[in-house]
Design a protein around this ligand. Structure first.
Ligand SMILES: *Cc1c(COP(=O)(O)O)cnc(C)c1O
Length: 406
């Protein structure tokens, strides 16, 4: 019997989602309206933040949050290298310059040591601003990423931000529901952006959201998402839509549709269940791989951190030579694919991607943590409906190929 492919992930969608789409279609109101507002309130309640603003994706959410916090041309922004390209692309889209820093290969997250070292070496204070000694650019701040659902070290990042008076926007694309102790993403004192792409815990097809406790930021991002309009479309939907609103500044159309909002309303109700399942499966992987530590490093979770396992990403330990390690890792993933198991490189190191490589030319040796993660990481299948039998099969095959990996 031919085995079905075990996918790296699969969205968890049921009849309710389908029914809710039908209701929106029947209502005749398809663009941003009641359903989007309802979804925003549900996410705000879940993450214990005051305001949420839905957008077309996390990438556009980041872009709006960045614009609202004054990021623009002539500014520098510190970002980790080992992240999805969208983190840096959002910075570039504001006109600012991403300054690509190293990550801690244990957690995959932005290294506070690297941030501290970069500021001390590359910036000096002039008239109350931290300026780049080479280019004169003003340091805006940083965009820590909660990679794969594990929060960045927000205590140290907040400490640095306070010391140098920097802005912080959290790229929480993978981290809806994640936290440290009692604090959630969006509640670390900064604006955070999440994604509802099907590879994340809950999905609206495409979609994103800005989470903030700052009423001014909220007002700005809601206007920016809607062409710079100061009247929200929920109010217009209630009537009085004969006059067009005023447009006091340049904006975009980054609105989520009510079709997506309706799916989101159903998905957010499942979030706790989805996260619980993902965490159970991750714990079981940890246990199944516990004897393979010499060749495979399971995800580390610092004490008190609540990991949401958007991806279950391990590092293969395949020697010091990174090109060789990447080659072996890639063959390993091909072998798994041949026996019906889909895997993916964890994510990429953005300094190695053609656009950023050409623009900044950062050698791997300058970002050893991110380069190592780029070469060694593998995301294994993890989805709510994954069976024990499927998980056993994945781990058996992984172990089999690991032994023979030369
Ligand atoms: C998925 C992801 C994004 C982009 O999210 P979209 O909703 O697809 O735009 C940004 N940053 C990180 C870290 C991601 O994983």
């Amino acid at each position: 019997m031919e085995r079905e492919i075990i996918p790296v992930t699969k969205p968890y969608l049921l009849q309710e989602e389908l029914q809710s789409i039908k209701e929106v279609l029947d209502s005749g109101w398809l663009v941003q309206g009641k359903k989007v507002s309802e979804f925003e309130k549900a996410v705000a309640d879940h993450e214990q933040v005051l305001y949420c603003c839905a957008t077309t994706s996390c990438t556009t959410a980041l872009q709006l949050a960045m614009l609202a916090e004054g990021m623009k041309e002539g500014m520098d922004v510190l970002v980790p290298s080992f992240t999805f390209v969208a983190t840096a692309n959002a910075v570039v889209s504001t006109g600012a310059v991403p300054v690509i820093l190293d990550v801690d290969p244990e957690t995959f997250n932005l290294s506070p040591d690297a941030v501290q070292a970069c500021i001390q070496k590359q910036y000096h204070k002039k008239q109350g601003k931290w300026l780049n000694k080479t280019t004169g650019n003003q340091l805006w701040g940083m965009v820590p990423v909660h990679q794969f659902g594990l929060c960045a070290d927000m205590e140290r990042i907040n400490g640095i931000a306070q010391k140098y008076e920097l802005h912080v926007i959290e790229d929480a694309a993978c981290a809806l529901g994640a936290g440290i102790g009692e604090r959630h993403i969006g509640g670390f004192g900064h604006t955070a952006c999440v994604s509802f792409h099907p590879r994340k815990s809950i999905t609206t097809g495409e979609g994103g959201m800005i989470l903030t406790n700052d009423p001014e930021i909220y007002e700005k991002v809601t206007a920016l998402r809607n062409h710079g309009s100061m009247v929200n479309s929920d109010a217009r939907q209630k009537g009085n839509g004969t006059l067009l609103p005023d447009y006091p500044f340049h904006g975009y159309n980054f609105r989520m549709t009510d079709i997506q909002g309706a799916i989101g309303c159903q998905q957010i109700r499942k979030l706790d269940y989805i996260l619980q399942k993902r965490r159970e499966l991750a714990a079981r992987y940890d246990w199944l791989f516990s004897g393979d530590g010499e060749k495979l490093k399971i995800p580390s979770v610092p004490g008190g951190y609540y990991h949401t396992y958007q991806s279950y990403v391990c590092r293969l330990k395949l020697g010091e030579d990174l090109a060789e390690a990447a080659g072996k890792r890639n063959r390993f993933m091909e072998k798994l694919q041949e026996c019906g198991i889909q895997t993916r490189q964890g994510t990429h190191a953005i300094h190695k991607l053609a656009y950023y490589q050409k623009r900044f030319g950062i050698p791997d040796a300058d970002l050893p943590g991110a380069s190592r993660c780029d070469a060694e990481t593998v995301a294994f299948p993890l989805f709510v409906t994954m069976t024990r039998e499927e998980q056993n099969y994945v781990t058996e095959q992984v172990k089999r190929f690991l032994i023979n990996l030369q």
